[in-house]
Design a protein around this ligand. Structure first.
Ligand code: HEM
Length: 497
């Protein structure tokens, strides 16, 4: 414990703290982190949300040191003083990530229990064939594109990045068809704080438990089937909670990565010139996104101090305080950058995946899903962003950096009269059937065009109306609105359950 000449600062005594979401929603998060750093140094007091203070760790070395010391900085939410002393305000959102009792997966555990559960997760992920991930991702991408109201406006977040990342992750867990769609609808109810949240939670729990039990019988090649067979797993609850992290958190991170990469490709001329001009491969371009605006801006897995200590010379961290890792700020720490940006091409020492015992177990799989999602979209669809680059709004969450919506004009030059894979009536499996073309709004050169007939776009993460497109909307004519066809994501998400 090293102190310096400055007066000690304690969480309990600082007032006028900034909200963490100011960093994720700012046009330039680094300006916000920079102001906090200038005032406090690499570790600053912030509010996770109103009434919930925590230390924000912005320095690269400081983040690494904390993430690698599970005995000093625990992941078990029972060690958080706000849980122990019941200090959380009513309805606090952080409860979802830091409940009073830990969930049964590795995410909320340290030491031996973490090692046992994490080994099972690592083995299950290693056992998943890349070709299977890629094929499943291609299917959900093609499905999402088939539902585009094209030629016309789409929201690349609500209509593509979000469903693709959720359904690709569900497929890794062996969940497809109706069950996957229902999970996606229920997750949306919870994410948007819609009525019926309790019922949605109960349905998700029941679906996951049912899936885990069924996986014992069917010897599939997916994460759940591997987990139920793993000798380290001691109960169905451990498997359910191990599967819930990829389904809820990881799919959100994936959606943010896909969304931000598409945003940069469509909005940032310099980025596009390097990528499309061939100076950056797709993998390098995706790493640029991880360096520049990493999806997990502030890790939603706080650490809890196990003893009183002083960090950065004058931050008096008390036992039970929460520390949030600002991975985005750490990636911009001048200590890890040279003056030549080209030195960084191929450099993957960013903290986008975290580090230490809880580091993301699936960076290769996440990359495969993301690169497939971007590849398929950019190959099959011509896109023009419909909002000025600097007017994109950011999702209002303290954790993830993601455009709130990404309205684009889409046209489909490639899929002339193509047969597109869609969810069949037998929802047990993905099936292929011809896209309905007879009544649907015609698209370019015989493309089936508007497949849902409504043009509705319902954002995933929030509930304000979509922006007015700057080009004529195609979803407005009454006869077409009655056209039967493939339901849109919006219809599927809002269909009564
Ligand atoms: C295939 C998709 C993914 C899967 C299956 C996955 C799975 C997981 C799991 C299970 C954990 C918790 C591990 C533990 O606590 O023991 C985790 C942690 C993490 N994941 Fe992923 N993930 C995926 C995608 C992503 C993406 C796209 C990002 C961001 C680029 C990401 C960033 C992280 C980070 C930063 C952590 C660690 C947080 C911390 O220690 O504070 N993951 N991931």
């Amino acid at each position: 414990m090293l102190t310096d000449e400055r007066p000690l600062i304690e969480l309990a005594t600082v007032t006028d703290l900034p909200l963490l979401s100011e960093s994720t929603t700012a046009p330039d998060p680094q300006t916000v982190y920079g102001a906090w750093w200038a005032r406090w140094g690499p570790i600053a007091p912030v509010l996770i949300e109103h009434g919930v203070p925590a230390w924000l760790v912005m320095g690269y070395q400081e983040c690494c040191a904390i993430m690698r010391s599970e005995y000093s900085f625990s992941r078990d939410p029972r060690n958080w003083r706000w849980n122990q002393e019941n200090l959380l305000p009513e309805g606090a959102g952080i409860r979802a990530f830091s409940p009073p009792e830990p969930r049964a997966g590795s995410y909320h555990h340290d030491g031996e229990t973490r090692r046992r559960l994490r080994q099972a997760l690592d083995d299950a992920i290693a056992d998943l064939p890349d070709a299977q991930i890629k094929a499943a991702t291609r299917l959900v991408c093609t499905e999402a594109i088939a539902r585009f109201d094209a030629p016309g406006p789409v929201d690349l977040i609500a209509d593509y990045a979000t469903p693709v990342s959720f359904l690709a992750t569900a497929a890794m867990l062996g969940i497809e068809g109706d069950a996957a769609m229902q999970l996606m609808r229920d997750s949306e109810i919870i994410a948007r704080h819609q009525p019926g949240g309790l019922e949605a939670r109960a349905r998700i729990g029941a679906t996951l438990m049912g899936h885990v039990r069924a996986s014992r019988e069917r010897f599939g090649r997916d994460l759940t089937s591997s987990l139920v067979r793993h000798p380290n797993m001691r109960s169905d609850a451990e498997v359910v909670d191990s599967a819930a992290v990829p389904l809820h958190a990881a799919s959100m991170f994936l959606g943010a990565w896909i969304g931000r990469a598409l945003h940069l490709e469509l909005a940032d001329a310099a980025f596009r010139a390097r990528w499309s001009g061939g100076r950056l491969g797709l993998d390098d371009a995706l790493d640029q996104v991880l360096w520049r605006d990493t999806p997990v801006a502030n890790s939603c897995a706080p650490r809890y101090a196990m003893h009183d200590t002083v960090l950065d010379g004058n931050k008096a961290v008390r036992r039970g305080d929460a520390l949030v890792l600002a991975l985005s700020a750490a990636n911009h720490d001048p200590a890890v950058h040279s003056s030549d940006p080209w030195d960084e091409v191929g450099n993957r020492s960013h903290l986008a995946w975290g580090t230490g015992p809880h580091t993301c177990p699936a960076p290769a799989q996440a990359r495969l899903v993301t690169r497939t999602a971007i590849d398929v979209l950019l190959q099959q669809v011509d896109l023009t962003l419909m909002v000025p680059a600097d007017q994109v709004e950011w999702a209002p969450t303290p954790w993830v950096r993601q455009p709130r919506r990404l309205p684009a004009e889409a046209s489909l030059p490639v899929l002339h009269g193509h047969q597109v894979p869609i969810l069949g009536d037998n929802r047990d499996t993905w099936t292929t059937r011809p896209a309905p073309s007879s009544q649907a709004r015609p698209g370019p050169a015989g493309h089936p065009g508007n497949l849902d007939g409504t043009g509705d776009q319902v954002p995933w993460l929030e509930d304000t109306p979509p922006p007015t497109p700057t080009t004529p909307a195609r979803g407005s004519t009454a006869p077409e609105a009655e056209t039967p066809g493939v339901p849109s994501w919006s219809d599927l998400l809002h269909r009564s359950t």
